[in-house]
Structures are given as C-alpha cells and as structure tokens.
Design a binder for this molecule. Sequence first.
Ligand SMILES: Cc1ncc(COP(=O)(O)O)c(C=O)c1O
Length: 456
Amino acid sequence: MDPFASPHNLDRELHSLLVEASSSLCDWFAESGSQAPIADSFVLPEVYPAKEGVSNKALLSELKLLMDGSYRPSHPRSLAHLDPPPLSASIVGELICAGLNNNLLAEELSPSLSLLERKLCKWFCEKLGFGDLSGGVAASGGSLSNLMALVMARNIAGLASDPTAVFFASEDCHVSFLKAVRIMGLGKESLQKVPTDENGELKISSLHSISKKIKAEGKKCFAVVATAGTTVRGAIDSLYEISQFCQKENVWLHIDGSIGGIYGLSKITSEIVQGLGSADSLTVNPQKLLGVAKTSSLLLVANKNHLSSTFSTGLPYAEPITGSDFHGGELGIQGTRSAESLKLWIGLRYLGEMGIEKILLESIKRKSYLESMIDSSKFEIISGPLHLLALTPINFTSSQSSDWSIKTRKSLLANNFMLSRPMYRDRYYLKAVMGNPNTKFDDLKLLANLINDSII
Ligand SMILES: Cc1ncc(COP(=O)(O)O)c(C=O)c1O
C-alpha cells in the first residue's frame, strides 16, 4: 500500500483497509456483551517498528490484539466511570477528522471546521444561558478547560504575576484544580478549599468566612469555582448563591460542569443545573454522558474577548483571519489541535434535541432505579440529582470499608459488573455511573441484589 492516499485516484487499498478495519471494530462491539468489561489478561502486539513495514493483514491482526485487551465501555455492566460507549455517529466523525487532518490552529488550515467550532460553541452558550458576547473554544478534556479558565480569570483580574493570589473551590472539586495550581506556579494554599455540607455542596457560609479571612491576610482572590456535578456523588453547588457572592465581590465565577453541564441542554433537566449562564466561564464535557468519542470538551465564556485577550499572541506564520474573530490557536493553550468539534457536531446532528434529552432523562431513570433497589438500612448512599451514586456500608470504619470495597468489587467483576472504588472523606465507596445506555433494568436489579448481599 502507498503510505499516503493518492490525490488523483481512488486508493483501493486504503478503501479496503478502512472497510476491513471498520468491520473488525463492528465485530468488537458485537462481541463486547459476551466478554468481560476488562480482560483478565491480554497480549500486546509488537510495539516497535520492524526493519520493514508489515502488511495490512498483519496490521489488522495486531490491531485485534490491542482491541482484545481494551476496556469495553459498551458492555452493559461497564458502570465504573464517566466513560460511556461512543455515540456511533461520533466514531464516523473521528475517522473523517483523522482523514481530513485539518488543524484548528489557524483558519487557513481548517476553514470550514474553525467556523463550525465557533458556531457550535455559540450554540452551547445560547442553550446554557450566556449572552450576546459569549463564545468558546474546544479543548482536549475537562482538565484543560478548567486550567484555561483559571489562567484567564487570573489574567483578567490583573493578578497574573501575583503568586499569592487565591481561588476558592469546594473540598469536592476535581483534582484538575490542584494540577492547575502547580502548572500556574501558584502555592498550594492558592486553592482555598471550602467545606461542603451533607449533600456534598459547597457551604456558602464557609465561602463568606474564608473570603473574609483571606482579605484580612491581604491576599486577593481571582476566581470562585462552583462544581455542577462532583466526581464521586454528582453534587451540584448552589450556583445562584455562588454567583451572587461573585457579583458582590466582583470575582470571576468558573463553573466546572464537566459532568452536569450537559443537563442544561434539555428544558426538562435544565432545572437541575439552573444558573449555568451566570458563570464567567463554564466547562462542559460532551465526551462524558453524551458519549461523543474522546476527547470532547468545551470551555465556554460569557465574554469571548477574554479568551483572546488572555491567549492571543498573534500568529505571525499564518495568514491573518478576516473579521473580528481569532485563530483557534489564539483562544487557548493548545496550538495544533484536531477538529474535535466534528465528532461533536455529527453526534449532536444525529441525536437531535430529542435524542439528547432521551440520553439525559434515561441516565437519571437508571440511577433512581438502582438507588431504589439498594437496601438503605445497610448502606449509606450518596448521590445528587445526576446519574451517579456511591455507597458504603453504614457504620463501617475506614479499614472495614476498604476490605469490603475490595472484596465486593472483585465479586461484582466476577459477574461482569465493573464499578469504581473511590475514597471519599475517610471511607471507600463503590461508585456506579449510569451513563451507559446499554444497561438494562434487569442488570441493575441483579447488581442491587449482589450489593445488598455483600454484607449480612
Ligand atoms: C467534575 C470533573 N471535572 C473535571 C474532570 C476532568 O475531565 P477530564 O478527565 O476530561 O480531563 C472530571 C473528570 O472526571 C470531573 O469529574
């Protein structure tokens, strides 16, 4: 096979390689339900290039080895993390994206796709309640969107060179904020963690008192982070009250909606996450519940000029862009990046608003069903209004919860149920995420029985 497709004729070899690889992928999906979510063992193919390249046939069988050793998100009992099966249309988007090999760095390297990204971000902004000046940029994952938001907030506050500047976030905020602290050259105490209440929501009274303390120490705050859907229990901070605090204090509000933001797309579920539009910046991760093939994250901002004023350096090796827009590479940390929006766009077009709503509503239905089947006299269940819950036996010590979670996770895996085992506060929990549309109520009934029987 020629290593690159002919620009003149139909490349028959590429065509048949794509057909065979697609067929092998479809087989992989078709057999996923009869395999375990994760294989007990696997064989890795040859890793390093040999002296001469291998044939297509050999490539396909090597690929098969990798596929056999992969995690299977479409197994109906894969419930461990926020990693659902990929939306079928977005698989096609990923393939076409690779083939086009456009670059969102510069308009001339991705004319239609750059415009698509801007328009898609604007659509999200409007749906989630942002105003006319809003816009956004795609990023490879929620951690990067969160980092860019903090860099922007600090810059807009004029505190970019103040290493003592702080931001507030709940003690249940995602670990990406700790990473951001390190990357941004801030001290560990720059992340001022605010205690949460019994529902896992940031305590507003504590926000006020910590803010007072920080002011008394002469330090400046450049952002408050509210979480719309915490990682372990899906709690949603009081967005309205936090935004009131931010307005009064004239501080940037970033909402980490990596998990919950997407619920704002449906009129029915948007009630749960009311107030997203009051943010200065918002992370949404369609790669999570919507199943857009990884990665797919957006950083949305109330005023898109804040992105360019923070990240634009000029792009002297590319043709200037016409109009008032900026090159994609001037709106965030990444330079070269793939057209992730293509998979998002094709996935959303395929689903339509009704399809999106169905995914959101059914995820909550599955969670509520599982919750109703767990014996609440034995287990403490922690869950917000979203599609995830975590549980641990009532009154267990930390070490008892550790033993129980290891043993139970193992016995659940023997029944092909894969749950995760997060440490929360001082105990281990088993966490189930109901973002897998292949999961049936019968699966959940069996799961609940196995969990209920895990302690006498
Ligand atoms: C609340 C929250 N924010 C941010 C992230 C980070 O997203 P990513 O893994 O896409 O970087 C996660 C990941 O689970 C999360 O749960």
